[in-house]
Design a protein around this ligand. Sequence first.
Ligand code: 0PR
Length: 365
Amino acid sequence: MDVIEELKRYREMDIPYSRVLSSMCTTPHEIAVKAHELFINTNLGDPGIFPGTVELEKKLIEIIGDILHCKTPFGYICSGGTEANIQGIRSARNVKARKEPNIVIPMTAHFSFEKICDILRVEVRRARVDENYKVDVSEVEKLVDENTVAIVGIAGTTELGQIDPIVELSKLAEEKDIPMHVDAAFGGLVIPFMDNPYPFDFINKAVTSITIDPHKMGMATIPAGGLVFREERFLRALEVETPYLTSKMQFTLTGTRPGTGVASAYAVLKSLGYRGMKRIVDECLRNTRVLLEEMSSLGFEPVIEPVMNVVAFKTESAEEIKAELYRRRWVISTIRNPKAIRFVVMPHVTEEVIKNFIAELKRVI
Ligand code: 0PR
């Protein structure tokens, strides 16, 4: 058999996005696919060979900096939110230089922080959240001490899409002179395009770094994560020497890294602009309301009023519902506390997808 035919057979085993209501990724925008193809053999790990791609990455970081209220951003496009979080914390740890470093994160933080604590050997202190699943700032204050190298806030939590009180966290971080990292892997390309956006970004004085992923709501091709620093010294704190490359120093975690994420993210943001992005975000938020109404009419109650295009509904049978739907080739996810079924209303989750899904759900429950 032709190898391409063989590959197609494997691809057919995958579940199409039109049946996936759990993912933070989506079908890339068509302009992203074109850009990706154009940059297919680029490697930012050896920048001297790809000066054009390097320049494009700088431009993209400027665009992202602009979205995040930072005039002189320093950063790079990486493999995803996990790498951006690792590098954000690694930088803060190196800048603060404490013998026994700790970081304070919300209990709702993404599991990438488990990896961080293992890899970076920093103690991770988890602060409780309030009844709305926002971190309790007084809890954070209690956990902070002279060895705290970073306070973390989340703008768009993985499970509920909630936004921590970044404004208050930043005030605390400023008062205590502690770097602050905002994990906006998901929300970073949602919140800026909402009506009355919550000020989650560099507008807050103490925020030193932000994770913001084009391969989530940025509709770029995978992999495309983003890490942005306010100050150059935080990026410099990650540098190692690269003796035999076309560059002398490297601040990235991976060596070889694709320029495809840079090109595809740039293509989307540049061609859609603020208005185009807003249109897509508005549509996702509108479809979240559609899902909310459909679910309410089936008797489901949301864990919190959705803040963005992530929503979870309380049910003791969450695991059973998820498993039965999966048997029918529909993918949703669950959260454990409280027991709930969870949805991410990405651009591919159209009103039609929701209608089809609700019809299937009715058969399941
Ligand atoms: N920070 C937050 C707030 C996240 O939600 C995620 C991923 C990360 C960091 C890590 O990002 P990377 O996965 O890019 O390293 N959140 C989703 C999750 O783990 C990612 C995801 C994507 C899940 C696609 C499922 C899926 O089909 O749940």
